[in-house]
Design a protein around this ligand. Structure first.
Ligand SMILES: [Zn+2]
Length: 82
């Protein structure tokens, strides 16, 4: 996670820009578009939109729903105590 935040994950863009590898090709390994960066991998790749991003979106939705329901249940339990 920290490597992603610091943008030091070995993407094709990183390989070409940071160590300046002359044979590195800065293309997305999934869709072939120019610029395989962390930003593209995490939310901009056309190939990942229909699979990975949707799964991640749904997983976050489930977590939010569970947390909201926990808060709601706790509030109702506090109201019953009085
Ligand atoms: Zn892509």
């Amino acid at each position: 996670m920290f490597a992603i935040q610091d943008q030091v994950v070995l993407t094709n863009n990183y390989e070409k820009v940071i160590p300046k590898n002359p044979i590195a090709i800065d293309k997305c390994r999934k869709c072939g578009s120019k610029g395989e960066t962390i930003q593209r991998i995490s939310n901009g790749c056309a190939q990942l939109v229909t699979s990975e991003y949707e799964s991640r979106h749904d997983a976050v939705g489930k977590i939010l729903h569970q947390e909201i329901m926990k808060c709601t249940v706790r509030e109702r339990e506090r109201e019953r105590e009085y």
